[in-house]
Design a protein around this ligand. Sequence first.
Ligand SMILES: *[C@@H]1O[C@H](CO)[C@@H](O)[C@H](O)[C@H]1NC(C)=O
Ligand SMILES: *[C@@H]1O[C@H](CO)[C@@H](O)[C@H](O)[C@H]1NC(C)=O
Length: 466
Amino acid sequence: METVVIFLLFFGTVWGLGIKDVVIIILSQPNEHHLKLAENLKNDIEQQAEALQQGKPIVHLSHRDFPHVGHWTVLPLVEKLHDLHGENSSWVFFVEDRTRVNLGVLSEVLNEYDPSKVQCIDCAVWLGHALHDNEATIIHHFAFYEDPQKFKFPNLGSGIAISTNLLQRLAERLRHPATPHSDFEIDSSHELALFIWDKGKGEVLTNDNAFCIQQDNNNCASYPLTFQPCGALVEKDSIYFAVKTCEKYHKERVPVVKKTWAQYASNVEFFSDEADVSIPTINLGIPNTEQGHCAKTIAILHHIHDKLKHHPRVQWVVVADDDTILGVSRIQQLLTCYNATKLVALGERYGYNVHSARGYNYITGGGGMVFSRALLKQLTRPGVCECPSISAPDDMFLGLCIASLGVSVTHSPLFHQARPIDYPPQYLLTKDAVSFHKHWMIDPIGVYDKWFAEEDMKGADVHVEL
Ligand SMILES: *[C@@H]1O[C@H](CO)[C@@H](O)[C@H](O)[C@H]1NC(C)=O
Ligand SMILES: *[C@@H]1O[C@H](CO)[C@@H](O)[C@H](O)[C@H]1NC(C)=O
């Protein structure tokens, strides 16, 4: 009996991959809800390590340990992680705060690829749940690689493991002055994959199904959780929806909004360059511009701020486009996790020039931008948010204003800047989207019916019963 135990211990320590060989990085955010998620995940990982008796694992919260406007895009962390852990660890493992990790399975999986044992080109490998675009999509700059063996990108919520050998190679490339940087960060895992792939000179992601797309018994090393509300539904009348439109779309897009989600909203107003009583729209006297809409959006925020003086119940403002497709009930659920008395800007985060000192993050407008009442008050203070030009891009400019208040925009992967068909189906499997964007070449009512109608109708029933 004793020999068996000793034998196992011997194998466990000498041949097995110790947890110390893996450094875990939670891509965390300062918002209190997300901070709590990240801290809970860190505690959970540490408790598992204790139960496995493998020593205390190193778990970083990225926003805290590596503060950088682009920390969520992974690449700005590479050099620091390489300096800190390149010598003593074999792997770094990136997860979202909604990811769950099974440390025992993770060790087993990584052991199969242990860079010191398997044969691989310089043993620079990276692993994850591989996704592949079936069609060219705007969120990936229409980059389209027909051969899925040639280019794949990971599902971030499923976790991404990068060997420290590869980390070293990436650090060297990043240090090289000729390495190009992109201006925009949109989908960080796709952009990371393009950088590592390096036009075919670098590494292709290795797919391993242990990095699950959703929970699956005990076979997963990691998987993203489906969103769970944090409390009782946020009341409908505490949310105010502003829809930006223009005369051109009064007949085409506005009827779709009214036929779908807007009928379930307690407070919704349409803002246009043309007053139209049949909708009705509000004309704030700002001419329409082909692009940008800065002056229009800021005028809308001022209008709402003035109006809310008479509506003390409203706690949240959602600014949507006339081709945003969203679920009112989903938004009511999501907002249970956020505090409207705090400075909150919530939506899908994009980054602009995050590699430079002038870089900042912003919420991309198409998927919907959510502001807490407290933040709206700050944004409408004189001098805080005055457009440089009427047609400056509104969402980017708001990002700058929010940054100037010392507030970080909060990212939720549940908002979507594009249509469902623009994402690999597996990416959407958690089924907890709150929004999509654009009517182009799709049936927007069909999208609403598939993703949001059922819950919005349920929400309406509750309202009627009360
Ligand atoms: C690596 O581990 C050795 C031995 O435990 C230690 O002396 C050294 O400081 C570690 N290096 C780093 C960069 O942490
Ligand atoms: C929201 O924040 C305020 C302080 O700003 C606090 O008093 C309140 O308890 C918080 N609400 C929730 C639900 O956490």
